[in-house]
Design a protein around this ligand. Structure first.
Ligand code: TMP
Length: 239
């Protein structure tokens, strides 16, 4: 798979064209941002960990019946993926209250929900990714009713799959954000699943093992990412 010109550079990844119009190469960076880019930093080795972890989890998710953009891992940081048109929604599933949910609704952090919740944010940096509902998403023509139903169904399936995988690794899946795209008219899972996009708490100690260590200046950020990768059975080579 040959990398051609760069199509896009985001906060955490670069995306390259290939000779195949249906295939892109994503290259994960060590850069980290929070609060819509206000806080900037680097998490050494993050790119490789997020690449390897996303690929491992996407393969498990695909095997359980949710289509994904994953094609092939090319090296530590780079992966070939199906070229999708991203649905501009951040789809967030929560099992436990924390983060913006606790802040917005005054619910104590750590409160376990009886059933997972789902919410949508409109992916728009200028507006600060505002919270919207499915009726807004339809009004803004971000997705059709059928697409939203498929997205909801897949998001809860992904939650069930991830909850189990992380629990086997001694981690509680608190919440996560995923994104979907359209590939030849079908909705498939895109983007990434990593400690940048999930909240993971150690099942015994309750320690935060994700990007909240960076967002909230808790220290040992790199160590937490490495530990999550190690527990999932990934061997991360030092670069
Ligand atoms: P929140 O509680 O800040 O709304 O975050 C919910 C989940 O979404 C959490 O797992 C972190 C993840 N997330 C992202 O992946 N990207 C973002 O830009 C934000 C705000 C949250």
């Amino acid at each position: 798979m040959q990398k051609c010109e760069q199509l896009y550079e985001g906060k955490a990844k670069k995306v390259f064209l290939t000779e195949d119009p249906d295939v892109l190469i994503v290259s994960y960076k060590d850069d980290a941002t929070a609060f819509n880019g206000l806080k900037k930093g680097t998490i050494a080795g993050k790119g490789a960990i997020n690449n390897r972890m996303t690929n491992l989890l996407f393969q498990k998710i695909e095997a359980k019946g949710v289509p994904t953009h994953y094609i092939q891992e090319l090296n530590g940081r780079e992966t070939a993926v199906r070229r999708v048109e991203i649905v501009p929604l951040e789809v967030i599933v929560r099992n436990v209250a924390t983060g913006s949910f606790s802040k917005r609704l005054g619910v104590e952090e750590g409160t376990q929900f009886e059933e997972p919740t789902i919410e949508f944010s409109y992916k728009n940096d200028e507006l600060g990714d505002p919270l919207i509902n499915s009726s807004f998403a339809k009004a803004l023509k971000l997705a059709t009713s059928n697409e939203i139903e498929t997205i909801k169904k897949y998001a809860f399936m992904v939650n069930d799959i991830l909850k189990l995988e992380f629990l086997k690794a001694g981690l509680r899946l608190i919440d996560f954000k995923i994104e979907f795209g359209r590939f030849h008219g079908k909705i498939i899972l895109a983007d990434e699943i990593s400690p940048d996009t999930c909240r993971l708490w150690d099942a015994e100690s309750g320690d935060k093992m994700d990007k909240d260590r960076f967002r909230r200046d808790l220290g040992n950020v790199e160590e937490a990412y490495i530990e999550v990768a190690r527990r999932l059975g990934l061997e991360i080579e030092k670069e």
